[in-house]
Design a protein around this ligand. Structure first.
Ligand code: ZN
Length: 240
């Protein structure tokens, strides 16, 4: 893959499958890659533990990427849990809300995350922002839409007088293709790392180990990950 000179990237890294794949995408492309995560008092802090673990594994086991992997920034956004009432921050059941959006929706979350990422990127001289939003099999979250993110890129560049480029490598691919992308970027070793150490389950289940990783297997996030894994592994068996 082509290297973009000495330019640096900041990756929004939550500890999930999607953002781990985005991190690999950036590590293959840029010489300097930093990561940012947000502590918004999510109901299950397991994600935050997973992100530390994934970063440690990359540093210890993947020498080429390890050289490029720079500082990790964790930003305290606990204020989000005070001002929004959702299934990701409280013991509310994950279901479809009256507005047609799941109760796991935190209004404006990605706008807040990206804006804070922009502030850190500005200070750290990172031109590229990389994030895992996806329109293909999302739950209708309006802040994952490509148009939202393009508008935000424009607003940030105007408002910070900067030239950020916001990359969303997963925008138009589905979960099976995300697994395939991970394999293309980091081989089976990286797929194994994602399976073992990333976290997707909305219920925070780290007890049940499935072929595709830990999780309850029933919540919408697990269902998506499972469906993608099935297609990916069937494809893989055909190619093998
Ligand atoms: Zn689950």
């Amino acid at each position: 893959m082509e290297m973009s000179g000495q330019e640096k990237a900041l990756v929004l890294f939550s500890g999930g499958q999607d953002s781990a794949t985005c991190l690999a995408w950036a590590l293959e492309r840029y010489r300097g890659v930093e990561t940012i995560g947000f502590d918004y008092r999510q109901r299950h802090r397991v994600e935050l533990d997973c992100r530390t673990k994934v970063l440690r594994c990359i540093r210890e086991q993947m020498p080429t990427w390890s050289e490029r992997l720079g500082e990790d920034h964790v930003i305290d956004l606990s204020i989000l849990s005070h001002i929004s009432d959702t299934a990701l921050t409280r013991e509310v059941e994950i279901a479809m809300g009256e507005n047609g959006l799941p109760t796991s929706f935190v209004p404006g979350r990605n706008l807040v995350f990206l804006t804070f990422a922009g502030i850190v990127a500005y200070r750290r001289s990172c031109k590229h922002l990389v994030a895992g939003m996806c329109e293909t099999d999302y739950s209708g979250y309006p802040d994952c839409r490509d148009a939202t993110l393009k508008a935000l890129q424009t607003a940030m560049n105007l408002g910070m007088d900067s030239e950020f480029v916001l990359h969303t490598p997963l925008m138009w691919i589905d979960k099976a293709e995300t697994w395939m992308l991970a394999e293309r970027l980091g081989g089976r070793e990286f797929v194994d790392l994602i399976t073992e150490e990333t976290h997707t389950c909305y219920l925070g289940d780290r007890e049940k180990r499935n072929p595709w990783g830990y999780g309850c297997g029933a919540c919408p996030a697990c269902q998506l990950r499972l469906k993608g894994w099935k297609t990916y592994s069937e494809q893989h068996r055909r190619d093998a």
